[in-house]
Design a protein around this ligand. Structure first.
Ligand SMILES: Nc1ncnc2c1ncn2[C@@H]1O[C@H](COP(=O)(O)OP(=O)(O)O)[C@@H](O)[C@H]1O
Ligand SMILES: [Mg+2]
Length: 268
């Protein structure tokens, strides 16, 4: 690997703006966003509702098109379709209801061209990893919200992306399940070390997981501030919250968020 490759950021937003057009009205959702994600870095984004967090991820995923600016993935323009190597986990992730857990996780393997003979072992491994060994033959309707979320996670991991885009992935879960599955994801991530762009409204979750927390302004969204999280890894997702470093950072980020009024009440 050359030095240039070693230091090339995984993802770069350069002066990215986006305006949505609805009923002939233009709505500026992002305004000059500059942000970099290093290879294998975990960056969490927090910001008031409606500030453009989802929009930011959607552009990278090829689900929205920026009006101006540049987005580079591994140094190259992302283009207009979902780039290979990018995997998404969204808040309301839908599993295919007519397929079993096994089949839901198998799909990305098939799409990736993993030989049929190798698929069952890989599926078992992934289900074990997310704590669902023994549930392979269940259908989504037979699972709890937390379990469905785990299947969605296993499915994204089956795709084995280099860059995970996660939009409030644990949003709909109850607080207890959220902490448990968050902790599990953190452990898995610390083992595989992929790049993650993680949107959450939970400041504690952001600090406990990320290498860096990015705060956005109320819409139109810009980067307001960035905070390195100097907590050693591996981290205990719960215990880490009792450290001084965590508490100070939490206070600082809360303070910054409080000075940003919600952009609107709509959550898209
Ligand atoms: N498809 C769309 N068409 C028009 N406006 C949209 C669309 N998606 C999002 N918006 C608007 O853009 C702004 C940013 O939305 P979003 O990225 O979903 O914010 P966040 O995820 O931070 O809550 C909001 O004001 C929202 O109403
Ligand atoms: Mg959102």
């Amino acid at each position: 690997m050359t030095l240039a490759q070693a230091t090339l950021p995984k993802l770069q937003f350069k002066n990215v703006s986006l305006s949505y057009r609805t009923n002939k009205v233009r709505h500026r959702a992002l305004d000059g966003v500059d942000l970099e994600l290093a290879d294998r870095e975990f960056v969490a984004i927090v910001g008031p509702s409606g500030c453009g967090k989802s929009t930011l991820l959607k552009i990278v995923a090829g689900l929205a098109k920026h009006t101006s600016g540049d987005i580079l993935l591994d140094g190259k323009d992302i283009g207009t379709e979902t780039p290979p190597g990018v995997g998404m986990v969204f808040q309301n992730d839908a599993l295919l209801p007519w397929r079993t857990v096994h089949e839901n996780v198998r799909l990305p393997l098939a799409i990736k061209g993993v030989p049929s003979a190798e698929q069952p072992a890989r599926i078992s491994e992934l289900l074990e990893l997310v704590g669902l060994a023994g549930y392979a033959s269940y259908f989504p309707r037979q699972l709890s919200g937390g379990m469905k979320k785990r299947v969605a996670l296993a499915r994204t991991m089956a795709y084995d992306p280099d860059l995970y885009l996660m939009d409030e992935p644990f949003g709909p879960l109850d607080a207890q399940t959220r902490v448990r599955i968050g902790g599990e994801f953190l452990k898995i991530w610390e083992g595989v070390g992929k790049s993650v762009l993680f949107v959450t409204h939970d400041v504690d979750e952001a600090i406990a997981m990320a290498d860096r927390v990015v705060v956005m302004t109320a819409g139109p969204g810009r980067i307001k501030s960035e905070h390195l999280v100097p907590l050693p890894r591996p981290r205990d997702f719960e215990e880490v919250r009792f450290t001084d470093t965590f508490q100070k950072l939490r206070q600082l980020i809360w303070h910054e968020l409080q000075s940003e009024p919600p952009a609107d009440t709509a959550q898209v």
